[in-house]
Design a protein around this ligand. Structure first.
Ligand code: ADP
Ligand code: MG
Length: 682
């Protein structure tokens, strides 16, 4: 006899050890377990003949093992097994590191194999196929997101047992009339169906019901916060002459920068609370806009907190802000996770006394000990890396705090509106003058030497260069394919060989903070000519003298990531180059790298990325930090989202204070969320 709010350890078959693992996954109750939806399904509903497979698609075949090859050791930690199977037509299979699975397969016997078909129609292949037990054939097999110590199959079994033992009906929070209008099935039915559907259509409609509820609650929460903010007022700032600030800069701000700054000024001086997104492609000069906003705050005796996603970026922003703002007597300080307790205490004190005007840091800024004398503005850079909750909890350190969000990720405006609430947007489209587009080339390994020679020529002209590798070090990642480049070894090799007459630096995420700082500072000052790095340089690093970005194993990176990396060059007056090295022959790689050659426009790249990868990846459903969205995907579930928004608006219109019993589930969600971010809707 099981109830929804029971602890998961009450489910038969879940002992304390397994319960611990579930808790680590955020699953504590029976309800949470059954709402842990499959992330995907293996479609085992029908068996395909080898003669009818489609290249590039997943399928299930039933075939006899006709020849088993011997184990081939590729290198330490990687061996593969080839085999041929037949159902009249032949297919080759390649298994990786699965000795026991392969041993269990007998020549002359038939098995079910599932996987993506590759190769050609004449010579179809399946790499890393899954051997499927007979009992699963004919159905959709759920695949769950899991963690170490638990498998998807175990989760499926636990859910099955939980559903069988549930005594109470899973009751519906959503009123029947809404369900009917939206064409949705009852929750009880949806949950039972979503885990073990027989056909794709079934799980689609079951998932719709579950996701709709999440989106409805989400929309209502966002609407309530929006409404609360729009009635909030604060003393308008006094408008000081911004030309004072402009005059001190080494260049003239572009029209778009000035426009964004004017937008901000108008917000701050309006008496309302600012909530603005500044969106501009890499290199468009968003930092200057942020500095201008901080300048206005300072003039009005209010403090600013600038939050960056990495220490590296925080340090750089701190430097830039100091350069631009200390001439006005503004004190800028770095609050860093790597400070000693004493340093930290002293810095906190200066923030509390108001001696420090601007605090720059990572999420270390959110820590409980950090308090401000008069925080007026929170700026977050590269916003998509922070959740709403993180941003809000920083804002909660002051009263009626303005927020400014800077992002290079082009998020469709409608989506931005939903995620950030009543967000206003300033676009920076124009790049600072004198920039010529980065020239981009794709090469393969045989041309690497020439490319390195080209880099040397640029260094001889006084420029600097980056080489980015996907791995930190070969030692740490033994499973990685042999052709993958690692920064540590690569840097060593170049410094001893090709680049022995140049200074070569190394930067990666596993260095200690002080080492990272030193590596970056050496590169920024020009002491290091060639920086071999991992993707830690991806976000925001700004060294205008750097003119070449070479990316090894370019196929390993997503399009948007490549664009971000390329954005590290072409930031000054020098012609810059991006060299993408890849030996990968796949179509997606070809398309991705071609898109990089064809355009420098971040918006176009994002569109292409969306087309190639699908929307879910671009803005992970879990990145917004809203607890109410467990399964919904804001980019993919747009039609459902619209319906949910309409529905939420109707509910709030008829019951604005959410006093009706039937709307209690929304009220509860709002309270949960407020508690989490330490802010009240009003
Ligand atoms: P991003 O938008 O990627 O954060 P940054 O703010 O780092 O861009 O600016 C990129 C580079 O352009 C920096 O070196 C900065 O000094 C320079 N820059 C910014 N605005 C201008 C301008 N109006 N004229 C010339 N250079 C500028
Ligand atoms: Mg930036």
């Amino acid at each position: 006899m099981l109830n929804l709010n029971d602890d998961i350890s009450l489910i038969k078959g879940i002992g304390e050890k397994k319960a611990q693992i579930y808790r680590k996954m955020g699953i504590h109750t029976v309800r949470q377990l059954i709402l842990h939806l499959p992330r995907n399904y293996l479609d085992l509903s029908h068996v395909t003949d080898i003669s009818e497979v489609v290249i590039g698609e997943r399928c299930l075949i039933k075939a006899e093992v006709i020849r088993k090859g011997n184990e081939q050791r590729i290198r330490k930690g990687l061996s593969l097994f080839k085999m041929e199977v037949s159902d009249g037509d032949v297919m080759r299979l390649t298994f990786y590191n699965t000795k026991f699975t392969v041993q269990a397969l007998k020549e002359g016997q038939s098995y079910y194999f599932y996987g993506i078909v590759e190769g050609s129609l004449l010579k179809p292949e399946m790499r890393a196929p899954v051997v499927i037990a007979e009992q699963y054939v004919g159905k959709l097999m759920p695949i769950y997101t899991v963690t170490t110590g638990i498998s998807s199959k175990v989760v499926a079994n636990d859910i099955q047992r939980a559903l069988a033992a549930l005594t109470e009906e899973i009751n519906d929070d959503i009123p029947g009339e809404i369900l009917k209008k939206a064409g949705l099935m009852p929750l009880d039915e949806a949950i039972r169906l979503v885990h073990f559907p027989e056909r794709t259509a079934q799980y689609l409609s079951a998932r719709r019901r579950i996701v709709f509820e999440e989106l409805l609650v989400f929309s209502a929460v966002m609407m309530r916060f929006r409404a609360a903010r729009s009635i909030m007022h604060t003393a308008p700032l006094f408008k000081y002459d911004i030309n004072e600030f402009y005059k001190s800069l080494p260049f003239t701000p572009t029209n778009d920068q000035q426009k964004a700054i004017t937008d901000i000024e108008n917000d701050l001086c309006s008496g309302g609370i600012m909530n603005r997104l500044v969106q501009g492609d890499v290199g468009s000069g968003k930092t200057l806009v942020a500095a201008a906003a901080a300048y206005m705050m300072f003039k009005n005796r209010r403090q600013t907190a600038l939050m960056a996603p990495t220490e590296l970026l925080a340090e750089q922003h701190c430097r830039t802000f100091k350069n631009m703002l200390s001439p006005f007597g503004i004190n800028v300080e770095l609050i860093s996770g790597s400070m000693t307790a004493k340093q930290r205490r002293e810095a906190d004190q200066r923030l509390q006394s108001g001696e420090c005007n601007i605090a720059v840091g990572t999420h270390a800024l959110i820590s409980k000990t950090t308090a401000f004398k008069s925080l007026g503005l929170v700026i977050t850079d590269e916003q998509h890396r922070f959740g709403v909750a993180q941003r809000a909890s920083l804002a909660a350190k002051g009263e009626q705090v303005h927020t400014l969000v800077m992002s290079a990720t082009p998020i469709p405006r409608t989506l931005a509106l939903i995620i950030y609430g009543d967000l206003d947007v300033s676009l920076i489209k124009e790049l600072p003058p004198g920039r010529s587009p980065v020239e981009t080339y794709r090469i393969d390994s045989p041309k690497r030497r020439r490319a390195l020679g080209f880099i040397k020529d640029r260094l001889d002209e006084g420029r600097q260069a980056y080489i980015v590798c996907p791995l930190v070090s070969k030692d740490d990642e033994e499973d990685a394919p042999a052709n993958m480049h690692a920064a540590k070894e690569y840097a060593k090799e170049l410094a001893a060989g090709e680049f022995k007459d140049y200074s070569v630096g190394l930067l990666h995420g596993k260095l200690r903070p002080a080492e990272k700082e030193a590596a970056m500072a050496d590169f920024a000052s020009g002491k290091t000519q060639l920086l071999v790095a991992t993707t830690v340089v991806e976000v925001g690093v700004d060294v205008p003298n750097a003119a070449v970005m070479m990316i090894e194993n370019a196929e390993r990176f997503g399009l948007s990531q490549l664009h971000q990396l390329r954005g590290r060059v072409g930031r000054g007056k020098h012609q810059s180059y991006c060299i993408l090295v890849s030996d990968n022959k796949s179509d997606t790689t070809a398309q991705r790298l071609k898109a990089m050659r064809d355009t420098n426009d971040g918006f176009k790249i994002a569109e292409e990325d969306l087309r190639l990868r699908g929307p879910g990846d671009i803005l992970g459903a879990r990145q917004h930090g809203l607890p109410v969205l467990q399964n919904a995907d804001l980019t993919a579930d747009t039609e459902l989202l619209q319906m949910a928004q309409q529905c939420a608006a109707d509910i709030l219109k008829t019951d604005p204070m959410l006093l009706l019993e039937q709307n209690r589930f929304i009220k509860n969600a709002i309270e949960d969320f407020s508690r989490q971010i330490g802010e009240r809707p009003n």
